[in-house]
Design a protein around this ligand. Structure first.
Ligand code: SF4
Ligand code: SF4
Length: 438
């Protein structure tokens, strides 16, 4: 694709990067076929190629984005299916990340939307506030039925529609708190390694059992696990809202505590059980490439970052207890399959440990969770969830496994089949409790 940036514009490293990405696009349109919003809405401007044109124009003209541009960029899930499909290696992720930052900086959203986004950006990365908000949402759930049902879905969902979506996603109850930051879990038997485990923000409130399963599994196989003190939200949530200053501050804070831990006691890896976080942490090196003080440490952290299944693939797990022929529908989170290109490891681990693993039809399509997307774009998100749940039902599973809490909550809101984390099943197979019973 031909671009027309001035030399002054190209002096900006972000614009130079965008220029490189745009030039790689040959506008073949292969990506449209696997883009969930294009598949659902059929509008070229809701396809990757259409959005690439919109972003190109916005950046070249260097003017505040129009309402139309914002509408179509907001509808993008950042699922990155387009990157998997693209034969030219277009890095859509870095392009749309820039577009979101530009929109946040230069576009004035209506007041209710600004307030909602500010609240999400403030609450979600803070587990204490998130816990309190979930309790409030649970209390407010009965009110959801009393709220008027909006008529035909407008191009941008109303605040009311979004509030209803938020209340619908709130869990019926919260589990007790999990292990605390600063805890170290010693390896059982001969020590074979030492890792940090990302504590996550929403996940530690909604499902601390996931990281507990990871800790049990790892320590049982000789790996010491540390929950690093003063670790923060990875920044993914605010990064996807275009609030880069917040996301980068969190990245720097994490890099500081993780590298200090690695220098102090050694770390073979920094593990994530939330693949949405993993994609961003693996990108810290890129995000901070221009930061003289942090570039090297950020690259080091990105190199250490691994999804839990990626790490477990290098360990011979010891199955200990039979669990029958459980049929597991494996839901491949977009952040894992498209963001991190991890497609086989989770399925191979489950199969090797005795589960009957079934691929879900249309597995490349997002479930609609996508960070805060299911709150900000509930109509599209619900359609994608219903499509995902229908596809899952086709393989008649006993359980659904996924590697990302956002997907788990989203899918569970549309099915009665237990939705569990891959690591919970592996923990079960190697001596832990049966998951999916609560
Ligand atoms: S598939 Fe790649 S090269 Fe083709 S239009 Fe999409 S982004 Fe551009
Ligand atoms: S990230 Fe997903 S929703 Fe956005 S353009 Fe690419 S395929 Fe479509």
């Amino acid at each position: 694709m031909k671009t027309e940036f001035s030399l002054t514009q190209l002096a900006d490293p972000d614009i130079a990067e965008a220029d490189k990405i745009l030039r790689a696009c040959v506008h073949c349109g292969f990506c449209t076929a696997t883009c969930p919003t294009y598949v659902l809405l059929g509008d070229e401007l809701d396809s990757p190629r259409g959005r690439i044109y919109l972003i190109k124009e916005m950046l070249e003209k260097d003017k505040p984005p129009t309402q139309e541009v914002v509408k179509h960029i907001d509808r993008c899930l950042s699922c990155l299916a387009c990157m998997t499909t693209c034969p030219s290696g277009v890095n859509y992720m870095h392009l749309v990340d820039q577009a979101r930052v530009r929109i946040e900086r230069d576009y004035t959203r209506p007041l209710p939307e600004r307030v909602l986004r500010a609240v999400l950006a403030w609450v979600l990365p803070r587990p204490g506030l998130f816990r309190a908000s979930m309790i409030l949402a649970r209390l407010g759930r009965p009110l959801a039925a009393l709220l008027p049902t909006p008529g035909a879905a407008p191009a941008t969902p109303t605040l009311l529609r979004r509030l209803k979506a938020m209340l619908a996603l709130a869990p019926g109850g919260l589990p007790p708190r999990g292990a605390t930051a600063g805890s170290v879990f010693p390896a059982q038997g001969t020590k074979r390694g030492r890792v940090a485990l990302l504590q996550g923000c929403a996940q530690q409130v909604l499902a601390p059992r996931i990281n507990q399963a990871a800790i049990n599994l790892l320590t049982r196989h000789g790996i010491e696990v540390v929950l690093v003190k003063d670790e923060q939200c990875c920044g993914a949530l605010t990064h996807h809202l275009g609030r880069d200053a917040d996301a980068l501050a969190r990245a720097r804070a994490n890099i500081t505590v993780w590298t200090a831990e690695a220098d102090r006691a050694g770390l073979d890896a920094i593990l994530m059980t939330t693949s949405g976080c993993g994609t961003v942490i693996k990108d810290y090196g890129f995000m901070l490439r221009e930061d003289r003080d942090f570039a090297a440490a950020a690259a080091r952290v990105s190199a250490l970052a691994k999804d839990i299944t990626e790490y477990l693939g290098g360990i011979e797990l010891q199955p200990r207890q039979p669990h029958g022929d459980i049929v597991v529908a494996y839901h491949s989170a977009c952040s894992l399959q498209h963001g991190q290109k991890i497609t086989q490891a989770p399925k191979e681990l489950l199969s090797k440990n005795g589960f009957v693993v079934k691929d879900v039809p249309e597995s490349h399509l997002c479930c609609g969770s996508a960070g805060t997307y299911n709150i900000l774009q509930p109509d599209i998100a619900n359609k994608l969830r219903d499509r995902k749940v229908a596809n899952i039902a086709m393989v008649k599973p006993d359980m659904i496994a996924a590697g990302n809490i956002g997907c788990m909550v989203q899918i569970a809101s549309g099915t009665s089949v237990p939705v569990v984390h891959t690591v919970e099943l592996l923990d079960w197979a190697t001596g832990g409790p049966r998951p999916g019973l609560n």
